[in-house]
Design a protein around this ligand. Structure first.
Ligand SMILES: Cc1cc2nc3c(=O)[nH]c(=O)nc-3n(C[C@H](O)[C@H](O)[C@H](O)COP(=O)(O)O)c2cc1C
Length: 176
């Protein structure tokens, strides 16, 4: 199985990246794992022009999304990792997900997904909006959820180090 992790945090060695790395470490004993981080890819938001539906998937915007489409085409499993930004995922990650509004998605064969989230607040409702979107996407793409690590109360860079969340993420990766 090829696992693609999309890390939605622009913060290098931030909490999301550390959580995603733990997942990758757990999964890589059995599977091929690749992580892409939004800070390394310039992906513009979808223009909604629908040109891609007339050009067999060629987007009017020339940017790094072509590289992510290639990786999505190779992937059997997708892991979405994001910091909570105003109760949603990061804008950089949302831009990537919106660009799946392209007929190229018909060639994806992703069958499993996992979700890794980190937020600073401890509110019970912290992830509600993201979980609604995640569950609707699972249904739309007919993908199975294989698990989530939802982290509250982690704010500053590196705060997640030494917490049980790192182990939880490793175990989720190892359990696939
Ligand atoms: C633009 C922005 C918006 C944020 N909004 C929220 C929020 O709505 N709720 C929350 O709990 N934390 C929020 N945070 C805090 C981050 O989720 C938190 O610091 C997280 O640990 C960052 O992960 P990272 O180190 O991977 O970037 C926000 C941070 C930023 C930079």
């Amino acid at each position: 199985m090829n696992i693609l992790i999309i890390n939605g945090s622009p913060r290098k060695k931030g909490n999301t990246e550390l959580l995603a790395e733990a997942f990758a470490k757990g999964a890589s004993a059995q599977y091929h794992v690749e992580m892409v981080s939004v800070r390394d890819y310039k992906v513009s938001p979808c223009l909604g022009c629908n040109a891609c539906f007339k050009t067999n998937g060629i987007c009017a915007q020339k940017d790094d999304m072509v590289l992510i489409y290639e990786k999505m085409n190779q992937a059997d499993m997708l892991v979405i990792a994001s910091p909570v930004y105003f109760y949603g995922i990061s804008a950089q990650l949302k831009a990537i997900i919106d660009r799946f509004h392209n007929p190229i998605r018909d060639s994806f064969h992703i069958k499993k997904m996992a979700l890794l989230l980190v937020g600073a607040a401890t509110l019970p409702e912290l992830f509600d909006a993201i979980l609604t979107e995640y569950n609707l996407c699972l249904k739309f793409f007919e993908i199975e959820d294989v698990g989530k690590v939802l982290v509250r109360g982690i704010k500053d860079k590196g705060d997640i180090k030494g917490t049980h969340f790192i182990e939880d993420s490793y175990q989720l990766g190892a359990s696939l």
